[in-house]
Design a protein around this ligand. Structure first.
Ligand SMILES: C[S@@+](CC[C@H](N)C(=O)[O-])C[C@H]1O[C@@H](n2cnc3c(N)ncnc32)[C@H](O)[C@@H]1O
Ligand SMILES: CC(C)=CCC/C(C)=C/COP(=O)(O)OP(=O)(O)O
Ligand SMILES: [Mg+2]
Length: 292
């Protein structure tokens, strides 16, 4: 038997941004309306702000001369982005309909909807952007799942979730906006002992030495601060989060980028991702950790 999200929770007072930087990030995402995100989301109503993984299905694309090629390419990029979210959900462990999950830095809510559709559980999303939260809540109402999927404007470092109340939580490409020690401390606080934390993220590779020029370019493009793989593992270890899986998804995400670079929806950041993945300075990783 599941309990529904209550109206009282949803009407909590929204504090302003905790820092001037968070105000910048809220403004950034409030203003964001890139076709590479909205046109992909329009394919099936799942709106993502993360990248794709898996092999490109070239047979489904046909040839560039085909009048439907652009539409097929958008559908294929979107399929790869949803495949990425499926892999994240695969690592959450056994979730029941009675559980509540937290989508930290939830964007427009695509991953939250997918989690509810897979597990029947409640999903609480938090984002700094009121535009994104309204968008996600509108989609949840349209789908008739707003009793179970909700987005709030809230700092993921200071959430209203009760200590030990959450079965699993994740950051899907949202951890490069915060201090990792503060972030892992907050997940560790609200997760149940035995609960699961998963992140999919881009991180710089300590084997390369320091962040490469490509990593610096990605930081400037998104106003974010990409961490190293070492920083993730240290912040988890310091906060009772013990990695159960560390998966290098870099080879799996390159086909997405190479396909995206050929599309009309390019944003100019494609070269930085492709070159940094190829020179080994940057990695796309999934880390799943047990709250012990
Ligand atoms: C690249 S988007 C990822 C969105 C989503 N996870 C997805 O996969 O579609 C980054 C998200 O992180 C959120 N974010 C950044 N810093 C945050 C913070 N301190 N608290 C809450 N959300 C934050 C942004 O508002 C944005 O929704
Ligand atoms: C892996 C790294 C370093 C990610 C940085 C965070 C980020 C902006 C993710 C994608 O968002 P988006 O889907 O809005 O971006 P785009 O418009 O490029 O598709
Ligand atoms: Mg995108």
């Amino acid at each position: 038997m599941t309990t529904e999200l209550t109206a009282t929770d949803a009407s909590a007072t929204i504090p302003g941004p905790a820092t001037p930087y968070q105000g910048d990030i809220a403004r950034y995402w409030n203003a964001e309306a890139r076709p590479v995100n909205l046109r992909l989301g329009d394919v099936d109503g799942l709106y993502h702000h993360h990248y794709g993984i898996g092999a490109v299905d070239h047979a489904s694309l046909g040839t560039p001369e085909d009048s439907e090629y652009e539409k097929k390419l958008i559908t294929e990029l979107h399929r790869l982005e949803s495949a990425q979210a499926e892999v994240l959900l695969d690592h959450l462990g056994p979730i029941t309909a009675a559980d509540t999950l937290v989508d930290a830095g939830c964007g427009r809510g695509g991953s939250s909807v997918m989690a509810h559709q897979r597990f029947g559980c409640k999903v609480e999303g938090v984002t700094l952007s009121s535009t994104q939260a309204e968008f996600g809540n509108r989609r949840a109402r349209e789908l008739g799942i707003d009793s179970h999927v909700r987005a709030q404007v809230c700092n993921m470092l200071d959430t209203p979730f009760e200590k030990g109340s959450i079965a699993a939580s994740w950051n899907n490409e949202s951890s490069m906006y915060v201090d990792l020690d503060d972030l892992m401390a907050e997940h560790s606080r609200f997760l149940k002992v035995g609960g699961r934390y998963v992140t999919i993220t881009g991180c710089w590779n300590p084997k390369y030495g320091q962040p490469s020029k490509w990593v610096s370019q990605i930081n400037a493009h998104f106003e974010c601060n990409i961490h190293s793989r070492r920083e993730y593992l240290k912040a988890m270890a310091d906060n009772r989060l013990v990695p159960q899986a560390v998966i290098d998804l870099t080879p799996d995400t390159l086909p997405y980028w190479e396909l995206r670079a050929t599309s009309s929806l390019v944003t100019g950041i494609e070269e930085a991702f492709i070159e940094s993945y190829k020179d080994g300075s940057f990695q796309y990783v999934l880390i799943a950790a047990d709250r012990v």
